[in-house]
Design a protein around this ligand. Structure first.
Ligand SMILES: [Zn+2]
Ligand SMILES: [Zn+2]
Length: 253
């Protein structure tokens, strides 16, 4: 800024450019500012009155339970009964120490209770984990038992069905065979009968007659040798009820 506002003396008196002038010629404004900000308030007097600066507290107002100075007594505390501050401070200290002691005596009991409750909490958590495992394994066992029982029933079904199926299938086979034999012999006989009777075929026709008689009387099973009776007896209601009410989580004390 100085460059744009050349003072009259800089150009006329000395001829020296403003920048080159010695610093001493400018007034030391900065240093005086610093002094103002650095100034610190003196530490408060520990026995000073909080309301009246410079006054020392020498008395204790027993009505207001506070320390007071002369100005206080003639002001807000006028007419209040007072005592010397020293003994009042001592009394206060003694009372504070008593409080401290009685507060400290609570600590061991609290600490004991704390560790007991923490232990109980840990045991409770352990119980939960163990019960969780018990439920898991019990139900896995039940699942296994159900699967085993299912397999057994499937096997029983196979066996019972198999026995009946074998009997009926064997009867079907025998009847088919018998039916085929009779049909064949009938066809053969009918072909023979279609021709002229002659001495040469006498023996053959006697054979056919014997064969037909034998087939007719062969005693094929003409009643079903087994039945279709196959049923499932599976009572699940009781079991369902049992499962519905299976187990209980209880609080034991
Ligand atoms: Zn005061
Ligand atoms: Zn008072």
């Amino acid at each position: 800024m100085e460059k744009h506002q050349p003072s009259p003396e800089s150009s006329s008196d000395t001829g020296i450019p403003p920048d080159a002038r010695p610093a001493a010629r400018t007034p030391p404004v900065e240093s005086s500012l610093e002094e103002c900000t650095v100034l610190e308030a003196p530490p408060p007097d520990p026995n000073g009155c909080l309301l009246h600066t410079g006054k020392v507290v020498e008395l204790y107002c027993s009505e207001c339970s506070c320390a007071v100075c002369d100005d206080c007594i003639s002001g807000d505390h006028e007419g209040h009964s007072t005592a010397p501050i020293g003994p009042a401070l001592e009394l206060q200290r003694t009372a504070l120490k008593d409080r401290l002691e009685s507060a400290k005596t609570r600590l061991p009991q609290i600490s004991d209770t704390l560790s007991l409750v923490k232990e109980i909490l840990q045991q409770l958590t352990n119980q939960r984990t163990s019960i969780e495992e018990d439920i898991q394994s019990s139900f896995e066992d039940l699942h296994k038992q159900l699967d085993v029982r299912k397999s057994v029933l499937m096997m029983e079904l196979e066996v019972t069905y198999g026995l009946k199926q074998k009997v009926l299938q064997a009867q079907v086979d025998r009847l088919l065979r018998g039916e085929g034999d009779i049909q064949d012999s009938c066809t053969q006989t009918e072909e023979t009968l279609a021709g002229e009777a002659c001495a040469a075929s006498l023996q053959a026709e006697q054979g056919l007659a014997e064969r037909l008689e034998e087939l007719t009387n062969q005693g094929l099973p003409c009643h079903p040798e087994d039945n279709d009776q196959l049923d499932l007896i599976l009572e699940t209601d009781g079991l369902r009820k049992s499962i519905h009410n299976l187990g209980a989580v209880v609080s034991t004390r």
